[in-house]
Write a protein that binds this ligand. Sequence first.
Ligand code: MYA
Ligand code: JJ1
Length: 388
Amino acid sequence: RHKFWETQPVGQFKDLGDASLPEGPIEPPTPLTEVKHEPYNLPSPYEWTTCDLDSEDMCSEVYLLLTNNYVEDDENMFRFNYSKEFLRWALHPPGYYKSWHIGVRVKTSKKLVAFITGVPAKIRARDTVVVMAEINFLCVHKKLRSKRLAPVMIKEVTRRVHLENIWQAAYTAGVVLPTPVSTCQYWHRSLNPKKLIDVGFSRLGARMTMSRTIKLYKLPDQTVTPGFRKMEPHDVPAVTRLLRDYLKQFVVAPDFDENDVEHWLLPKEGVVDSYLVESPESHEITDFCSFYTLPSSILGNQNYSTLKAAYSYYNVSTKTPWIQLMNDALIVAKKKDFDVFNALDVMHNETFLKELKFGPGDGQLHYYLYNYRIKHVLRPSELGLVLL
Ligand code: MYA
Ligand code: JJ1
């Protein structure tokens, strides 16, 4: 059934019930001298290229490949439209390797036709912190699908990760592969219900009119929590402490240090937004919320071309109730003109989704680890990790 994945060190379907298999690496590291020093062979029309996202031209090529060929919903109505600024941010975290930003070109025309990336991350599984690669942006041009290019690209990124003496990876996908660590549900909170209905992202509910629907999703103009404000550079140490303490409770979660928090969570216009609650009395940082900007192209609509979506990222509540904290996040997202606020049912998100009028989407997101076994399938609420 999975001619490629059956050959890889990942949990296999046949082993799902087997409690005798230990947690941890599935195979040991091989000596670095035994890692292939030459790239894998591509079919002869194609060649490897390393993509330098700092180059405006290369960043545009990657942007256009993804804009036209990346992930769509099951009815092909929407396609993720990551911005160039977002791609630069996602691919340049502390300690990134340029060699892990891999493209495939047509030799004759030099056209970029496929892409895959890795970035390094420290991820904790139960009580073990493991240096891993986070693999993302796997994309093959629509005209070159089903030619088994993806397995070659995955083997090549694996080889380049191994060359840095890293032997594990984390990734997510909308498709079921051997075998998910957890399967999460997407939830959606309408901010601009009229547009969402007009473009087919959502439907008018039974016994609902447009004006009742607009009223249902109305939000205040101003946030309500005293001390709620945008995160600033001087907040990095306090936010790192708050987040590290929060993420401890999950079975799989990133192990963020201050450099990671500065990169991943300091607000970046049009890319990532972060807010916190500073106690007006003690000036303590007690709560935090964040979301990233990922628009989708609307395929074939006369009136609209882009859906502005905010995606829930990392959130922590210690003093402000979850519902109040995340309602303030919705208020600022609405003010910034997002059409919809999306979230997965990871971490404590279930405690606010229904109450804040999120509804389940038609998409799921499966989480995977490469060369690391977790003994049981995790509940989404046991996951403390959000990939972009
Ligand atoms: S998830 C986002 C993936 N991208 C898209 O969905 C964009 C639109 N689709 C495409 O561009 C293509 O359909 C892709 C497949 C490129 C996805 N993850 O070349 P093929 C397996 C892993 O003939 P194509 C993301 O970016 C499939 O089961 N494997 O197929 C995370 C089959 O294998 P098997 C996938 O459709 C990526 C084989 O590929 C995926 O032309 C994590 C068929 O190849 C998928 N999303 O191209 C990658 N989709 O026969 C793994 C299909 O065995 C990283 N396949 O079933 C692993 C860790 C590596 C680092 C390790 C370091 C230590
Ligand atoms: O966005 C998604 N679904 C939307 C649109 C559905 C359009 C028809 N297929 C959806 N809308 C309903 C919203 C409604 C609002 C009011 C309350 C009730 C709900 O369900 C889905 C997620 O649900 N997105 C996708 O399918 C995109 C792909 C998801 C897999 C992502 C793979 C990620 C790659 C990893 O790096």
